[in-house]
Design a protein around this ligand. Structure first.
Ligand code: SF4
Ligand code: SF4
Length: 421
C-alpha cells in the first residue's frame, strides 16, 4: 500500500463524520461502517491479519474519503483491503465476468437482439442469478448492436480546429453510442476537432472487484494509447465520471501505479462537464441555446466528489432557457458500478438509492439527469424515469443532430429513450 494512504489512518480522530455519511452502513448491519472497516481495522491488517470479509460490503462509493476532515483515505484503504481479501480467497467467477465490460460488450453486441432478450427475460435472469449470482432484478443496459468506436474510424472533423481527445469508456462504446455522438456534436459545435483514439476499458470494475493485477494491465494499455496526445498538450475529456476519475487519480492512488504515461494522462484528464464549464468561464462556450421547457432533477454521482470540481453540470444547465434543474441532495444511487448487480448486494443497493428514487418521483418529472452511466441505469430502474447525461440536454438545447449539424429546434419533444431497463 502506498505509504501515504496507509499513513493517513493515523490522522483519524474518531469524529465519526464518515459513519454518518456512509450510505451502506446506514441500511445494512452487514457492513460495520467506514471508521471500523477503514482506519481502525487497517491497524490490524498491517500486522498480517486477514481482512474481515465485511469489507466486501463497502461499495467503494468514496463518500467517506471526501467528507473526512482529517483527509484519511478511507475508501482507498478499504479498496486495498478488499483486493487482499479476494487475493487470499480467489475472485469468484461472477466478479471476474461483470468486471470486464469490454469483453461482455464484444460478445454481446454482434448478437444484440438475442443478448438483449436474454438480459431482460425473467426466466433467463433467474437462472443466471442461481448459477452465477447476478441478481435477476438488477438494472442491465441494452447492447446497442454497434459500437461508438466504429464511428470514430470514419470521423474527421475540421482539420484546422483546436483538438480535444475524447475518452468515451465502455458504456458509451457498447451501450450508448448515441451519447458519444452527442458529445462529439457538442464539442464540434464549440469549434473543436475531436480525436477518438482506440481505447478499451479503464480497469475500474476490475479494481472495484479486487483484481488489481488485471486492472493495472487495462490501465497500462489505455494510457499507452492516450499519452501521446497528452504529451502534445491536448486535453482529454471523459463523459463517464468514474472512468475519468480512474485515470485522473484512482489508478495512481489505489492501484499504486506511477508510470510516466499515466502521469501524462492524469494531468490532461477532464470530466466533460468540467471541460465545458471551463470554456464558459473563459468566455469560449457557445451559448446559442434554444428553449428547453423541461423540469429535470439532477443527481451528481458520488465519484464526482473525487474530481473536486463541484457540480459543473448545474452551472451549464442553468444557461439553457426554460430548463428548470432541480438539484438532488442525496449522495448515492446505490449501484456503485457493479456492486448493485450482485445477488447478495442488490437489496442493499436499492435501499441506498431509495431516497434518491423517491425524491426524483416527487418532482413529477419523467426525466432525470446524471453524469455516470451505471447510475443512470440504476435511476431509470429505481425511479422509472428516463435518465440522461447532462450533455444530452445541452445537445438538445443547441438543436444539434448527432452529426453536429443544426436541426429545427426540437425542445421538449426531443428523444426520450429510456437509458436502462
Ligand atoms: S471522518 Fe475521518 S477522522 Fe472522522 S472517524 Fe472517519 S476516518 Fe476518522
Ligand atoms: S466507500 Fe462508501 S460504502 Fe465504503 S465505507 Fe466509504 S462511504 Fe461507506
Amino acid at each position: 500500500m502506498s505509504d501515504l494512504i496507509r499513513a493517513s489512518l493515523d490522522h483519524c480522530v474518531k469524529c465519526t463524520i464518515c459513519e454518518s455519511f456512509c450510505p451502506v452502513s446506514q441500511v445494512t448491519p452487514l457492513f460495520p461502517g467506514p471508521k471500523y472497516a477503514g482506519p481502525q481495522a487497517e491497524r490490524y491488517r498491517g500486522i498480517g491479519v486477514s481482512p474481515d470479509s465485511s469489507i466486501d460490503y463497502c461499495s467503494g462509493c468514496g463518500i467517506c474519503t471526501t467528507v473526512c476532515p482529517q483527509d484519511v483515505k478511507i475508501a482507498e484503504i478499504n479498496s486495498r483491503a478488499r483486493a487482499k481479501l479476494w487475493e487470499e480467497r480467489g475472485i469468484p467467477l461472477r466478479n471476474q465476468l461483470i468486471a470486464r465490460p469490454s469483453v461482455l460488450g464484444r460478445l454481446g453486441n454482434p448478437v444484440a437482439p438475442l443478448a438483449n432478450w436474454a438480459l431482460h427475460n425473467r426466466a433467463v435472469r433467474s437462472l443466471v442469478q442461481s448459477v452465477i449470482g447476478v441478481h435477476r432484478d438488477a438494472p442491465m443496459p441494452r447492447f446497442a448492436g454497434r459500437t461508438f468506436q466504429k464511428r470514430s474510424r470514419t470521423h474527421a472533423g475540421a482539420a484546422d480546429a483546436p483538438a480535444v481527445v475524447y475518452f468515451h469508456g465502455c458504456g458509451t462504446n457498447f451501450y450508448e453510442p448515441i451519447l458519444g455522438e452527442m458529445v462529439v456534436a457538442v464539442l464540434e459545435h464549440n469549434g473543436f476537432r475531436v480525436i477518438i483514439p482506440r481505447q478499451d476499458c479503464c480497469g475500474l470494475p476490475l479494481q472495484s472487484n479486487g483484481n488489481f493485477p488485471a486492472a493495472r494491465s487495462y490501465v497500462r494499455r489505455l494510457v499507452a494509447n492516450l499519452a501521446p496526445y497528452a504529451r502534445q498538450g491536448l486535453p482529454i475529456v471523459a463523459n463517464s465520471t468514474s472512468c475519468g476519475l480512474m485515470l485522473k487519480r484512482e489508478a495512481h492512488e489505489i492501484l499504486g501505479m506511477d508510470d510516466e504515461d499515466l502521469k501524462a494522462v492524469s494531468g490532461s484528464m477532464f470530466d466533460l462537464m468540467e471541460f465545458l464549464l471551463g470554456l464558459h468561464d473563459r468566455g469560449e462556450l457557445r451559448t446559442d441555446f434554444g428553449s428547453l421547457p423541461l423540469t429535470v432533477p439532477y443527481h451528481a454521482p458520488c465519484q464526482q466528489r473525487g474530481h473536486g470540481i463541484g457540480k459543473p453540470a448545474l452551472d451549464l444547465l442553468a444557461l439553457v432557457p426554460d430548463l428548470d434543474t432541480i438539484e438532488l441532495e442525496v449522495d448515492c444511487c446505490g449501484i456503485a458500478g457493479t456492486y448493485g448487480l450482485k445477488k447478495e448486494k442488490y437489496e442493499i443497493s436499492m435501499a441506498v438509492g431509495k431516497r434518491l428514487f423517491d425524491d426524483i418521483r416527487a418532482t413529477g418529472s419523467d426525466i432525470a439527469a446524471c453524469d455516470s452511466e451505471t447510475c443512470r441505469w440504476q435511476i431509470a430502474h429505481g425511479a422509472d424515469v428516463s435518465a440522461v447525461h447532462p450533455v444530452e440536454l445541452l445537445h438538445r438545447a443547441y438543436g444539434l443532430d448527432t452529426n453536429g449539424s443544426r436541426r429545427a429546434h426540437a425542445g421538449a419533444a426531443g428523444r426520450r429513450e429510456r437509458s436502462g431497463s
